[in-house]
Design a protein around this ligand. Structure first.
Ligand code: NAD
Length: 473
């Protein structure tokens, strides 16, 4: 791990196995941080904070640009590690590194926005505000985009002047550890720390540490609730980027073939096998076009090549780890039991006897009482619901406690915009595939989270505004 500028093992030497999900072979050992290790990282970050904060924003931005360069220079190795460790296809992991590079450069560019304001206070006073960075930031991230999250999600706090402690998902920590090695001498000791280990121990010790006032968490709703409970006791500033069960609405005027292909893209099947928070896993298709749509969807899904994540031609690799594979297969079985019609997939692909592979799966005749319509599967499973009445369809769309993203397909722009306003989700794509331009605030409504990321809002969330009034005498 990287703590206080030193590469260290966990106290007591505990490790977790890292397994290649394509071969089921152990490919590495990851330090299992203890509460003492977490405490050491927090103290180091706290010590390093003032000097980092006192650098000018342009000096911090210059270091961040070097950080982005290190990632770009090591793109192939980092993508390789993530493909081996997570099962995500190598092409997609290259794109992840490139996306992290873009995000780090973005935050370097806007770091100067951590400026204050002046407030009108009459002829005899001057009132202004200053941005005061948090002394320590915990950045806890999930398993699905390993190096992208470990690197890009530390950019905003670093740009804002905060030292950071990054905790990657325990199943896919190899690239974060390599990242720590690569940037060890780039940041002053203690400014950038990486700890690994179990969520329930290392993660909870970090989220609940009394000297960590700012916790930025990305992960499941259930863990987010635990992190929020830990934070409540100490009135921490929390941001939570949690799960979703995202709708894609197909109106009868949409071009069916285009929409079916876009639905596959919006599901992130070819990027990470549907293991994406923003995946459009509930498709609401109008009954007039449902048959044609389902035919086109199955055809599009059939074209996906499932196989070795290290192969440039592979669209879909295996799921990231055994327990997750079991969970996804269990939910597929529940769909069949509850009466949904399995149109494609639902099984291990032929010829792939090892590895946590699942064929891309399409269910039709789904309704909102079924688990596959209500629970985040976080795997390659699409549930198609048919609708006739607009108001009834919207009620179903909004009937869950989560609201991360939403997708609308129609050529009627007024209908699209009116519908967007009715969907209780934080990010809506109209006639798109869920791609987001950098700088557009991302974050959920309802239990999908609190706060916005990848935008100016995120940068500003890493500090507090202090107001000063000076009386002029
Ligand atoms: P998870 O909640 O199991 O784990 C996320 C992180 O939290 C890991 O680093 C884990 O070690 C840590 N953790 C676990 N228990 C903890 C505890 N008690 N205290 C503190 N930390 C703890 O999530 P996951 O399975 O790794 O990732 C999948 C989930 O993440 C999905 O629900 C997905 O939708 C969500 N996600 C959300 C976004 C977003 O931007 N909204 C992005 C990616 C993933």
């Amino acid at each position: 791990m990287l703590i206080d500028g030193q590469l260290v093992e966990a106290t007591g030497g505990g490790t977790l196995e890292s397994v290649n999900p394509a071969t089921e072979e152990v490919v590495g050992a990851v330090p299992e941080a203890t509460a003492d290790d977490v405490d050491r990282a927090v103290r180091a970050a706290e010590k390093a904070g003032p000097a980092w904060r006192d650098r000018t924003w342009t000096q911090r931005a210059a270091v961040l640009r070097q950080y982005a360069q290190v990632l770009e220079d090591n793109l192939e190795e980092l993508a390789h590690l993530d493909a081996i460790d997570s099962g995500n296809p190598i092409t997609s992991m290259r794109a992840d590194v490139q996306s992290a590079v873009g995000e780090i450069r973005y935050f370097a560019g806007i770091a100067g926005e951590t400026k204050g304001r002046t407030i009108p206070s009459g002829p005899d006073a001057l009132t202004f505000t200053e941005f005061v960075p948090y002394p320590v930031v915990a950045r806890i991230v999930p398993f699905n985009h390993p190096v992208k999250f470990a690197s890009a999600k530390s950019a905003a706090p670093l740009a804002a002047g905060c030292p950071v402690i990054v905790k990657p998902g325990e199943q896919t920590s190899l690239s974060a550890l390599r990242l720590g090695e690569l940037v060890k001498d780039l940041f002053p000791a203690g400014v950038f720390n990486v700890i690994t280990g179990n969520g329930a121990t290392a993660g909870a010790a970090l989220a609940g540490h009394p000297r960590v006032p700012r916790v930025a968490f990305t992960g499941s709703v259930a863990t987010g609730q635990r992190v929020a409970a830990l934070g409540a006791e100490q009135v921490k500033h929390l941001s939570l980027e949690l799960g979703g069960k995202n709708p894609l609405i197909v109106f009868p005027d949409a071009d069916v073939a285009t929409t079916a292909k876009a639905a596959v893209a919006a599901m992130n099947l070819a990027r990470c096998m549907g293991q994406s928070c923003g995946s459009a896993s509930r498709i609401f298709v109008h009954e007039d076009v449902s048959e044609e749509f389902l035919g086109a969807l199955v055809e599009a899904v059939r074209k996906l090549k499932v196989g070795d994540p290290m192969d440039d031609d592979t669209d879909m690799g295996p799921l990231a780890f055994r327990a997750h594979y079991d969970k996804v297969m269990g939910l597929i079985a529940s769909g069949v039991e509850e009466g949904a019609k399995l149109l494609h997939g639902g099984v291990r692909p032929e010829g792939l006897d090892k590895g946590f592979y699942v064929e891309p799966t399409v269910f039709a005749q789904v309704d909102m009482s079924m688990r596959i319509a209500r629970e985040e599967i976080f795997g390659p499973v699409m549930s198609v619901l048919t609708w006739r009445d607009y108001e009834d369809m919207l009620e179903q769309v909004n009937s869950l406690d989560v609201g991360l993203t939403g997708n609308i397909w129609t050529n009627d722009i007024s209908l699209a915009l009116r519908t967007a306003r009715r969907i209780h989700s934080g990010y809506i794509s109209v006639n798109g595939t869920g791609k987001r331009p950098i700088g557009s605030p991302f974050g959920g409504f309802k239990q999908s989270g609190i706060g916005k990321e990848s935008a100016l809002d995120e940068l500003l969330s890493y500090g507090r505004e202090q107001s000063v009034t000076v009386t002029l005498r």
